[in-house]
Structure formats: C-alpha cells, structure tokens
Write a protein of this length. Sequence first.
Lengths: 311, 266
Amino acid sequence: MNSVLMLVKGALELGLIGSITVLALFLSYSMLNVCDLSTDGCFTLGAAVGASVAIAGYPYLAILAALAAGCASGFLTAILQTKCGINSLLSGIIVNTGLYSVNIAVMKQASVLNLNKVETVFSKAKDLLRGTVFFDYSKIFVILLFVLAVAVFLYFFLRTKLGLAIRATGNNPDMVRSSSVNPHFTTIVALCISGAITALSGSLLAFYNQSANIDIGTGMVTVALASLLIGQVFLGKKKLSLRLVGTVLGAFVFRLVYTVALRFRMPAFMLKLVSAIVVFLAIAAPYLIAALKERKARHDRVLARKKEKTV
Amino acid sequence: MTDSMLLLKNVKKTFRPGTPDEKTALDGLSLDVKRGDFISIIGANGAGKSTLFGAIAGSFLTDEGDILLDGEDITFMPEHKRAKVIGRLYQDPMRGTAPEMTVEENLALAAGNGSWFSTVSKKEKAEFRDRVRILGMGLEDRMEHPVGLLSGGQRQALTLMMATYHPPKILLLDEHTAALDPLTAEKVIEITKRTVEENGLTCLMVTHNMQMALDMGNRTVMMHRGKILLDVSGEERKNMSVSDLTERFRTLSGSSLNNDRMLLDE
C-alpha cells in the first residue's frame, strides 16, 4: 500500500472511532442542548472497563460492559443536574473528576493496560478475514459496523416520540412539561444513551491501540465538539439524516487535517491545541463577525456625520 | 358527576416568605368554576391572576387550601401530570412551542399518541394537516417547517391547537393575544371562541381588555390583592358596560384604577 493511502486509512480508522463520540455529543449537545463535560472521563471509563473485561477473556462482553459503564456514568451526570440542582456544566465536571479515581481503580491502580496479546473485536475480525482480500481492511470493517449501528440507532431513535421529547427538552423545556412529559426523565434517558455511546468509542480506541491509557480521553470533549461543528459547516442543520452523516464526516475531516499536519512535522502533542482553536473559531466567529460589522457601521456613520458638519 | 369542574378552596401562596421581598400573591382565594364556564379574569398588575393559573397548573406548591379538578384532588399533583388534563397558553407566543422542531413534530408531541418508541405515522400526519387547515392560517403548507419561522399569530394558534388536541378539562389562557398585533389578535380570539365552543371546554381567560372581558364568555371575575373582588354572570353581566365595571371596582376595592394598564385598553 502506498503511503498516502496508508495515511488516509489511518485517519479514517481513528476518525471513525472518534466519530462515535461525536455522535454521542450530537445527542447531548445538539439535541438535548447540554454540554456534557464528563465526556473525557466517560471515554476513559469505556476504555478501562472494556480493556479489563477483554483481559479477563471476554472480547464481546467487553463491548457490552463498556456500554453499561458509560450508561451508568451518564445516569449519574443526569441525576446531579436534574435531581440535585447542580448546573449542567458543573455536574459534568464533578463526574469527570470523580471518574479519574474510578478509572484508576478499574485499571487496578495501573495507568496503562496492555492489550497486545489479548483477544478483542479487532483480533477476532482479523482471524475471521484471514486469507481473504479484505484482510487489510478488517479494522475498518469493525469500526464501520459500530459507527453505522450507532448512527442508524440515533436516526430511528430521534424520530420516535421519546426522541422528539428529548429534542423538545433541549429546545423548550416549558413546552415539554405542558405536553405532560417530565423533562427530568428525558434528560436522564438522553445522557444515559450518550454516555453509553461515548464509552463504546473509548473501548474501541483502546482495542485499536492495543492499550488503555488513563489519559486516553483527555480533551476528547473539545476534539469531538470541533468535529461536530466542522460537520455542521458541511451539511448544515436541516435534515436529521444529513446531520448525522455530517457529524461522522466532520470527525473524519478533522482527523485527516490533523494527520496531514503531522506529516508536515507538526508535533503530535498539538492535537488538543488545534481542536481548542477550531472550537473557539467555530463558536466565536459568527459573534465576532457581527461585532466587527457593527463597529464598522458605527465608524462609517461617525465619519459621514463629520463630513456633513464640515460641508 | 358534579357540575363543578374546578374548585379552589381558600388557596394561599406567599412568595419569598420571611424576606423583605415577601409577596402574598394568593390570599385565601376561593372559586367554583362550573362545567362549561368561560370565565374572563381581570385585575390590576400584581393582583394574582397569573399566580392563580400557576396554582391551578401546578407550577408551584400552594401554601394552603385545596384544588379539585373534576372532583379529583390535584393539590399535590406534579405539573407535568396535571398537563394531561390542563391546557395553558401564555402571553409569549414563543413559550408554547419548540422553535427548532417542525410543525408536525410539535403536534406529534402534543398528540402524544402511541408508545415512546413509535414514530409519527402517515395517518397521524394526515390528521395533523386536516386539523391545522381548520385554523385557516396557512399552516397546512408548512408542516415541515421549523416553528421558529412562523409568525407570532401562527405560533399562538398552533399552541392553542396543541393545548386542546385532546380536549382538556380546563383551558387556561393567560393574555394569550396581548403580544399580537390587533388584526392577528382578532383572528386568534375567533379561533379561541370556536375551539372552546366546539369542544365544550371549560375555560379561564386573563385579559387586560375590559371590553373583551365582557364580550367573551359567560362570567367575569375581578381579582384584587390575591382575592376575588367581583364575580358577575347572567343578566347582571349582560347589561354591564366597561364604565360600570370600573365603577364597581372603585367602590369595592376603595381604590381607583388610575395609573393602571387596564384603563389604557378601554
């Protein structure tokens, strides 16, 4: 395989794994309108739980365990913000902080779990495809399967009555209450699901890297937000199906740009700074442009008035 | 089956008790709303009209008293549960709908048919379209548009339809046309009248427009300092003019309506 193709393939694999977290944020951030800052810890939790169960010899159960752990983490974040009166940002930060200790405990007080000789969904797929032409692409197949499963699930889920109620909760909680739905309930459901999806993404990255690291999720929320906002630029905010595709595409494009930047000797540790700047630009740009326009308009009218006076 | 639809007995509510901002909004209010009543409620700002609606809809727990809806004690029932049988509209047309969701999706939530995991069926979509066509506001051609793109009048008409999709036991209208331009307001009033009539709804309507208070419904209630000051219906109400109403207020409350928004609307 030539090096460009390898580059794209690597970006595709990592981008797609990341896109699962971006899909989780699509649910919590774009639909429920909650910026879930427990994403980093939840991602690591998925990696830690998934790796531990895989090491114990259960490659498939590892996926389910990661989903369940993420769901529990999302549930906790939701309870803090709905039943305990804690602001949604702070709820995420509290859970995120607590999860750091939980994650180290799950990893039996190590900061890295090595999965080199451990069976995972990736090694299983490799065994399955050995000798076929698809052998080189076994990783992509596995990842694509999960991305598709999550995207299709969200597509159908968000069109159900429960999905509509979740969207309305993010849009106008008053209206949800008057439709005789408890917005606490919808918030809890949405955060459980997004937590589970985030942890799934974390476990897949651990299996892909063949190691789970305590820092594996650090900055994930910003990276995922950057991808989400890039995706919006591509396919807009109209149809649900397009938005979901845009979300996945955004994650891939973000990863690709980053990979190319690495080729041009950008040091790897710059990833987080780049994602921070992308999020900053995507959210601040419309505001800054409007502010600049008003400033210019003001300036122009002051000049015009001065001219009038001198004439 | 009693002929009383909503019964409030000695309801009290004080906000921020024990602070310098303490405000007694409902001061032992009692009201018996008969089945099929359409009551217009008037009163100065701060008289407790919106608080009364809040107490009925369950936005907060009252301090004292009982609230019975169709014979059932709902005093301690949470707001979202009461919402099944209580429809409520606010002055702000933005408040009753989700702006980023389409007309159809908003209606699907209000209709609440089917299980949590069902999607909106073709049959439902057709039903929604038929229903909004009756409003005569051109909404049937905008079913797939986000509600945020509609005008205030369209949104308020839609909210009214959502609140009455399953006819509620009681409909609470809190100055629901006050934020609309006069022509649109007239249209929404007409839709309101028709909806209430066709479904035989029991309805409470807060208004600052004294003429409208006398023209609409079968009963008019005037609130003052968290109590009901005046309750007129039948022949007495039929022969009443706006100036009679203000005169009655003056003698009963011992204060005049000067400096109040009510006079501006005369």
